[in-house]
Design a protein around this ligand. Structure first.
Ligand code: SAH
Length: 257
């Protein structure tokens, strides 16, 4: 099981959806980093067609749609997230560029060669890095691009509590191994970069304190809510303690024939 499945097994899924659906992002990342990943995609057509998979409440959807003339199809498994992205798109006046629907990344209803860009920020682990790259490839036009971010070991050093990582980040691996998987799945590894610390601390964790407080109130301080908050707190501590060992890495690849 991957981390999210483990959480879902432990906690009622509505509780998780409720916790995450009202915050800005559901994982580490940032506007500049989304635009940086996009900047590596050269010679895009005038109005690229983009699939945004595991879009959450759509922080990257809005950045991409605001930054260029394009059409985006955003997909998430949880209806609460799709409501969140729709609300954001309305707020940002991007309704003419974005459509969003509830669906699974394992069964996408797309046509072969339909998209210029496939985007999965902080979400490909739900299907698996290799499986996602391999299965989604058919939906991308030849010469089109994919951008995914994924949890990686940053060096060859390992933390003393390596078991925690292997249990919670099932596919955590060295960057070089992820690049090899990308090549083997039929992509030219165009670029990769590590998300800087502020993508975790300022953009992701900073929202948590307020959200935890509100969430506990909304759920009348229930045992399940308190356990969930404790889990989220331990996740934040793990980052602070072990950030020299692991991080999120953006991978950009180009489909070749
Ligand atoms: N891209 C967003 C959200 C990342 S969190 C961001 O960076 O902020 C991962 C998202 O994947 C969650 O919104 C979760 O609901 C979604 N997800 C999990 N399993 C999925 C599946 N099988 N198909 C589609 N989305 C899924």
């Amino acid at each position: 099981m991957n981390k999210e499945d483990t959480i879902i097994a432990q906690f009622d899924y509505t509780l998780i959806a409720n916790y995450f659906s009202v915050i800005d992002r559901q994982g580490p990342g940032g506007k500049e980093e989304t635009l940086k990943a996009l900047s590596f995609m050269k010679n895009l057509p005038a109005k690229p067609k983009i699939a945004d998979i595991g879009c959450g409440t759509g922080s990257q959807t809005s950045v991409l749609a605001s930054g260029m003339d394009c059409s985006i199809t955003a997909v998430d498994l949880l209806p609460e997230m799709v409501e969140g992205v729709k609300a954001r798109i309305r707020r940002d006046n991007l309704e003419d560029k974005v459509t969003a629907f509830v669906g699974s990344m394992t069964e996408l209803p797309f046509r072969p060669n339909e998209f210029d860009i496939f985007w999965a920020e902080g979400s490909i682990y739900n299907i698996g890095f290799e499986k996602g790259l391999t299965e989604w490839r058919k939906f991308i036009k030849p010469g089109g691009f994919i951008a995914v971010s994924e949890c990686c070991w940053l060096t060859n050093k390992r933390p003393d509590n390596i078991g925690y990582f292997l249990q919670n980040y099932l596919e955590i691996d060295n960057i070089s191994n992820k690049l090899r998987i990308m090549e083997q799945a039929g992509y030219l590894p165009t670029a990769h970069f590590v998300l800087p610390e502020h993508c975790w601390t300022d953009n992701y964790f900073a929202q948590m304190e307020t959200r935890m407080r509100e969430f506990l109130e909304e759920n009348n301080n229930s045992t399940a809510a308190r356990q969930f908050v404790a889990f989220m707190k331990s996740d934040m501590l793990i980052f602070q303690q072990y950030k020299e060992f692991f991080g999120y890495v953006f991978f950009i690849g180009q489909k070749y024939d």
